[in-house]
Design a protein around this ligand. Sequence first.
Ligand SMILES: NC(=O)C1=CN([C@@H]2O[C@H](COP(=O)(O)OP(=O)(O)OC[C@H]3O[C@@H](n4cnc5c(N)ncnc54)[C@H](O)[C@@H]3O)[C@@H](O)[C@H]2O)C=CC1
Ligand SMILES: O=C([O-])CC(=O)C(=O)O
Length: 330
Amino acid sequence: MVSVAILGAAGGIGQPLSLLMKLNAHVTKLNLYDIVNVTGVAADISHVATNSEVKSFLGADKLAQAVTDVDLVIIPAGVPRKPGMTRDDLFKINAGIVKGLVEAVADNSPRAFICIISNPVNSTVPIAAEVLKGRGIYDPKRLFGVTTLDVVRASRFVRDIRPKIDAATLRIPVIGGHSGNTIVPLLSMASTPLDLSETEIAELTNRIQFGGDEVVKAKDGAGSATLSMAYAGARFADSLIRAIKGEKTVEPTFINLAADEAGAEAYRKLGVGSLEFFAVPVELGSQGVARIMPLNGNVTDGEREAVAVAVNALDANISTGLNFVRHSAK
Ligand SMILES: NC(=O)C1=CN([C@@H]2O[C@H](COP(=O)(O)OP(=O)(O)OC[C@H]3O[C@@H](n4cnc5c(N)ncnc54)[C@H](O)[C@@H]3O)[C@@H](O)[C@H]2O)C=CC1
Ligand SMILES: O=C([O-])CC(=O)C(=O)O
């Protein structure tokens, strides 16, 4: 029995993500919330022949109901990028949206696991944390920034230059954050040794860091990644649900390192220092973060340099998020 709420369910990500969660056999209840169009989306998805119950919640006055008695909340609500914009340009609109949604979750399902997709993830996750802290119910083990798309891209882009590799099973840890040079793929720690040249490493790293821009450019004003993001979001949610059910699963995700300080130590030594939030590979368990996975080998000098660049940018992104809530509370 797993009850899931998707907030922003009528959007470009929300619709295919809702469909994929309807296909997840562990899910028993699927609450779809949006401020537009969600009635039709829910009616449509409710005809899919799986056992879960789909309900629609349209408009702000239905938000509290949508997030009452749910185990897992996935948030893809908010505006996407257009060409020429950075993810940080979305902060102005999305910060308030995420804050309002997380307040409602805090008030109605305080123990729910929360997965944030809305950009800029580097700032929206600190916003969510600060809201939960303000309510006195913050548990860093239960709040996740979804960075799975970076991991998905890493395996797929490697396959583009190594066609014998199985993109579906190759795992490359991607750490840091979720925007440009805060995204740090650890290609040296791929689950299958890749034997890449320095040029290949540089090109792949750049492509993984700016993969989102490829889609924004190709969509030419019609938004950013939606279908691959729905796939990535459903993959992360499935790992978390299987963990809640007692399996051990591992996914990189943007979390508060306080969730496992002992496990975070290796990353702090790598250059992360005292940073509060960072994407790391996490073993998920029934209570959320079970432990932060150790680094699987020695990072290269290039990877260490990339971490230093990421940490600088992340520090600013995290403060922007935390300050947004601290200042709006006054
Ligand atoms: N974490 C990641 O890897 C990725 C994150 N994203 C982000 O996901 C977000 C959504 O992207 P799309 O689905 O393409 O956008 P979209 O514009 O197609 O859909 C967003 C949906 O959110 C809804 N919404 C707006 N305000 C709301 C509120 N207060 N409460 C509930 N719903 C609300 C809208 O009505 C709309 O249906 C964007 O911020 C985008 O940047 C996109 C791709 C990857
Ligand atoms: O690029 C964007 O704005 C959407 C996103 O986060 C991604 O595709 O990784």
